[in-house]
Design a protein around this ligand. Structure first.
Ligand SMILES: [Zn+2]
Ligand SMILES: [Zn+2]
Length: 111
């Protein structure tokens, strides 16, 4: 009965007897963290909109359509961080303000 030779990893050149090289297991493999909109995030956002259907803008009485990150992802916010509901008009206003901040111009004050 021939002995099964151990496989050699063509990455780290170490031998192993397992389906995959145990030395080259990426520590981040299996992590779901990404900057993209995931199914989990959509569920998180939809739940938020269910619970907070109105635009959170002061004095705005419109029904909100957009769950906006309180701290924008582009400014270091977490994908699953706090949200606020905004109507389209105010979401537009907020994204315009973020774009101006992104270009290095200061907003005088946000309500
Ligand atoms: Zn390896
Ligand atoms: Zn609004």
């Amino acid at each position: 009965m021939p002995m099964r030779p151990p496989k050699m990893c063509n990455k780290c050149r170490r031998t192993y007897d397992a389906p995959r090289c145990p030395h080259c297991r990426k520590p981040w493999a299996g992590s779901r963290r990404s900057g993209k909109s995931t199914r989990a995030y959509r569920r998180y956002r939809d739940n938020y909109l269910d619970e907070h259907p109105m635009c959170s803008w002061p004095s705005c009485k419109a029904v909100g359509q957009v769950a906006d990150h309180v701290v924008p992802i582009a400014e270091g916010g977490d994908m699953f961080g706090p949200l606020r509901t905004l109507c389209h008009a105010h979401h537009h206003e907020v994204t315009q303000a973020q774009a101006r901040r992104g270009r290095g111009l200061r907003e005088p004050d946000e309500p």
